[in-house]
Design a protein around this ligand. Structure first.
Ligand code: NI
Length: 159
């Protein structure tokens, strides 16, 4: 496994729509493993392929540190229900947090790391993480949806 560089806001790669993956092969799995390692190193709860410069529709997520690691290839959100406000950050938007409305509950399907179909229903924080990562695949950053943004460095200076 290897650490990848995380692309930060300002790089146009984060604004592009990613392409579907047609073949779930060892190279894809290697990339997913690298993404997990990179996510852990950065202490994130999710990481999408464009954040490491790869324009493909896949992401990894670990909503609870040390808990289940989810791998999603060609994901599709097939059900959205309710709306909950919550705080989000992004490894590609360092130093900021924001308040975003997300569905309370979603169903998301796609392929797992072996290319097998999978479907999950997530609620609350897990649903938020999946929606956030899914957005990355369409070039959307959470700040596009944020009702309020906080500059964390300013907050620290004031304290
Ligand atoms: Ni993000």
């Amino acid at each position: 496994m290897a650490l990848r560089n995380i692309v930060v806001e300002g790089d146009e790669i984060l604004r592009k729509k990613c392409r579907e993956i047609t073949d779930v092969n060892d190279r894809i799995r290697q990339t997913l493993d690298d993404m997990v390692e990179t996510m852990h190193e950065a202490m994130g709860v999710g990481l999408a392929a464009p954040q490491v410069g790869i324009m493909r529709r896949m992401f990894v997520a670990e909503p609870e540190p040390g808990g289940t690691i989810y791998y999603f290839i060609n994901p599709e959100i097939t059900m959205r229900e309710g709306s909950v406000e919550g705080e989000e950050g992004c490894l590609s938007v360092p130093g900021f947090a924001g308040l975003v409305d997300r569905p309370q509950k979603i169903t998301i399907k796609g392929l797992d790391r072996n290319g097998e179909p999978q479907e999950f229903t997530f609620e609350d924080f897990e649903a938020r993480v999946m929606c956030h990562e899914y957005d990355h695949l369409d070039g959307i950053l959470y700040k596009d949806r944020a009702k309020e943004m906080y500059d964390l460095s300013e907050q620290y200076e004031e304290e």
